[in-house]
Design a protein around this ligand. Structure first.
Ligand code: GLN
Length: 524
């Protein structure tokens, strides 16, 4: 039951094969069994059971609220949730209880979704491993899958793999792990430079970053206001479209949402790609791309061609500058966003307070990790009067060129772009932390942050298992506000590849000592 897609489980609920309470209890049981993954920061057991009970009453009366009624979901811990702790995995907000729900969270609840809990992340969503969090890193469920364990057993030279656990990617690692470990059917992540798509790719689930302006950011604790979007993680492309249908639309509380009414859509099951033009961006053949991912990328292009789609090589010439500009713009916005955390209104407040300045400084020193502090420092440097034009304004101009590259390609008749999502399959923790957060992000975000720079929708989906029996994923980037086209093409490819469901060993065997304290990554 827990391995079903959202669409399938919604049907099972409607047909009375399982009740919302039973489903909720099964998920809670599995959350307890997979606690060692560290996917959840807070498990909202009581709330979930109450919401499931209310859904059950509606089902008995035949008054269901829609496709999410009674469905267990999880929410990244950087979305405000009324009366539930919202921490951003930071000492700064530990214990902070918001007085309101983020708009997207409210929309899920209004549709009868059952909130299982809040998920772990890199502090303030800065990172790509879900390793820089005060709650300890998130472990990738695939490391405990029968598929991966068997592969390790057959290859004694790889035994190091099974003892050294795998990262989820990030920053929405908890959200990806929660869906991949079958403890919920959909989760909310956030995506500023790839934070939904990167962990989705590493954990073998679908990750959708919608067009900037389609979903409200109200209540999503900001990282980079001009790029942040709520992300959707599910076990199928169809499910991502369903959740998008619930979340999309103008919000008077977020002036950057588009005022046009949003029409939810469902995706066809019979898909014909003969009229589709798929672009393969030349510049995405990046150094460090694993041979396996390259092979699956090539295979995907061939499959589209075989099915009658037009596949063309395209050029996005400014791609190479994107990651550097992302870094300048990201840190500049971080520097101004983080200014609100001063110990006065909410969050952590230092007891070292001999003067207001000392109190500010010690609050921020104690409250933020060195990754956050490092970004504030770089951002303020780029914003200095003497540097502003050289860095910030220049990065904005290059951002426009990056966006224009996409526009040109799309106006030449290309419907979607097909690219890798990550350079390789999931890394081992010990390998991952060899590099600092910034270097790692520069590598991990290479294929993802361009879509944020241009505000475009993008979706990642798992397409195969690697030689190590770990998920390999590809990304489709679409035209702004054309989510239906993008997801239809992605769904067609999903139907071709039939990615396997994770198979768990007896997960209880892995409930071992878990490292709470991690080596703090240097922010250099
Ligand atoms: N890795 C990126 C960063 O650290 C992604 C952040 C995000 O999308 N939240 O900035």
């Amino acid at each position: 039951m827990l391995g079903l897609t959202l669409r399938e489980v919604a049907l099972a609920l409607r047909e009375g094969k399982v009740s919302p309470t039973e489903l909720c209890q099964r998920c809670l049981h599995f959350i307890r069994k997979t606690k060692f993954l560290n996917a959840y920061v807070t498990v909202t057991e009581e709330i979930a059971l109450k919401q499931a009970e209310q859904a059950e009453k509606r089902f008995l009366k035949g008054e269901t609220l829609g496709p999410l009624d009674g469905i267990p979901i999880a929410v990244k811990d950087n979305f405000s949730t009324a009366s539930i702790q919202t921490t951003c995995a930071s000492q700064m907000l530990k214990g902070y209880i918001p007085p309101f729900n983020a708009t997207v969270v409210q929309k899920l609840l209004d549709q009868g979704a059952v909130l299982m809990g809040k998920t772990n992340l890199d502090e303030f969503a800065m990172g790509s491993g879900s390793t820089d969090t005060i709650f300890g890193p998130v472990r990738n469920p695939w490391g405990y899958s029968r598929q991966y364990q068997e592969r390790c057993a057959q290859n004694p030279e790889d035994t190091k793999d099974s003892s050294d656990w795998l990262i989820t990617g990030g920053s929405s690692g908890g959200s990806a792990a929660s869906v991949a470990s079958l403890t919920c059917f959909a989760s909310l992540g956030s995506d500023t430079g790839g934070s939904t798509r990167n962990p989705a790719a590493n954990c073998g689930v679908v990750g959708l970053k919608p067009t900037y302006g389609l979903l409200s950011r109200h209540g999503l604790i900001p990282l980079v206001n001009s790029m942040d979007v709520p992300g959707i993680l599910t076990r199928s492309v169809h499910d991502a479209a369903t959740v998008l249908g619930v979340l999309g639309g103008h919000d008077p509380k977020d002036s950057t949402t588009v005022p046009e009414p949003f029409k939810p859509f469902s995706l066809p099951d019979e898909i014909d790609v003969r009229n589709v033009c798929v672009g393969i961006p030349r510049e995405y053949h990046a150094p460090g791309l694993s041979k396996e991912i390259l092979a699956h990328w090539t295979k995907a292009a061939e499959l589209f061609e075989k099915a009658g789609a037009r596949v063309v090589e395209v050029s996005l010439p400014h791609t190479q500058h994107s990651i550097v500009c992302y870094h300048v713009l990201c840190t500049a916005e971080v520097a101004s966003n983080m200014a609100r955390f001063d110990g006065l209104e909410y969050g952590h407040r230092s007891t070292i307070d001999s003067s207001t300045e000392v109190m500010y400084a010690s609050t921020r020193h104690e409250g933020f990790n060195d990754v956050v502090r490092g970004r504030i420092l770089s951002g303020n440097y780029f914003l200095l009067k003497q540097n502003y034009d050289r860095y910030f304004v220049k990065a904005q101009k290059v951002r426009r060129l990056i966006s224009n590259d996409f526009m040109k390609v799309f106006s030449s008749g290309v419907d979607v772009l097909l690219t890798p999502t990550t350079l390789s399959d999931a890394s081992r923790y010990s390998e991952f932390i060899k590099e600092d957060n910034r270097t790692r992000s520069a590598q991990e975000d290479i294929f993802t942050q361009c879509a944020n720079m241009a505000g475009l929708p993008a979706v990642t989906l798992p397409v195969a298992l690697s030689e190590r029996n770990l998920p390999i994923s590809l990304q489709f980037i679409g035209q702004g506000f054309r989510e239906k086209n993008l997801l239809t093409v992605a769904k067609w490819y999903e139907q071709q590849v039939k990615f396997p469901l994770i198979e768990f060993q007896d997960v209880a065997d892995h409930v071992s000592e878990f490292p709470k304290k991690t080596k703090s990554a240097s922010a250099s």
